[in-house]
Design a protein around this ligand. Structure first.
Ligand SMILES: [Zn+2]
Length: 267
């Protein structure tokens, strides 16, 4: 990830007329290596996020301001800002009015990071599919409660799209993916949706050579039944149907994977 540098000139200028910071972090009085000092800045910011001192949009300061506030070198402050930016915690802007601000949440970044870590930990197909079933049961139940007219229309549109491409394995696979995400959208719960996106990043095949038209028609039948339950606001039945649906998918994928670390075998 490219890291924007904060110019020394801007830092010096701002240091003379410091803008009010949204919070105060404890200075670090230590002769440890700059990496350790930067780690402590990162830890302080992290702590500020979780105790509510820091919220998205808050100005963290410039490299020069952080250096002065923590009593560390510019190298340590720069390293901390680079790490915070790479973590998606801060956004750094150069120029007048620039500096580091606490970033706003990024669902895509979260899902990507979670998917990568799941992949790196060699989780099995069974673990992924069991987690996905748990999440999707809840999204189905919540969608029945919270889906708006626009949400239901989007799901209905996707069902029509899937009908039109049921003979095309790849297109149907993409459309089914969109259907499941649309149900998650309708649940209006970003925590569940972000986790589901991560599951889908590693579990949803982009190419599905064994998806026959018979299987596609069966999936489409279940999706349509689910849509009717969402319209009827029957969360319990929607949850139960999604559970059965995910169990069927799980059984096939686990059988194909033979419990090896997850691979993108078809569903
Ligand atoms: Zn499905």
């Amino acid at each position: 990830m490219a890291v924007k540098q904060i110019s020394l000139g801007k830092c010096d200028k701002l240091a003379k007329s410091p803008r009010p910071s949204a919070f105060e972090l404890a200075p670090i009085h230590s002769q440890r290596a700059s990496s350790t000092l930067s780690s402590r800045i990162v830890a302080s910011v992290r702590e500020g996020l979780f105790d509510g001192t820091l919220t998205p949009g808050n100005m963290l300061g410039t490299e020069g301001q952080l250096s002065g506030q923590f009593g560390v070198s510019r190298v340590a402050a720069r390293d901390a800002l680079k790490r915070l930016e790479a973590m998606g915690v801060v956004e750094i802007r150069a120029g007048a009015g620039g500096g580091a601000r606490i970033a706003y949440g990024n669902a895509q970044l979260f899902a990507d990071a979670l998917a990568i870590q799941l992949r790196l930990t060699n989780v099995t197909t069974r673990e992924i599919m069991d987690s996905q079933r748990a999440i999707e049961m809840m999204t189905a139940e919540l969608a029945a409660e919270y889906a708006t007219a626009e949400d239901l229309q989007s799901i209905d549109n996707l069902l029509a799209e899937a009908d039109a491409c049921i003979q095309d394995s790849d297109a149907f696979t993409r459309s089914s993916f969109a259907f499941h995400l649309a149900v998650a959208d309708a649940a209006h719960n970003d925590v569940l949706k972000m986790q589901l996106m991560a599951m889908h990043f590693i579990a949803w095949p982009t190419h599905n050579p064994t998806l026959t038209v018979d299987v596609a028609e069966h999936i489409q039948k279940i999706h349509k039944e689910l849509f009717i339950l969402l319209q009827a606001r029957d969360g319990e039945a929607a949850c139960a149907l999604m559970s059965r649906h995910m169990k069927q998918i799980r059984a096939r994928r686990v059988a194909e994977s033979t419990e090896q670390p997850f691979s993108n075998n078809c569903c």
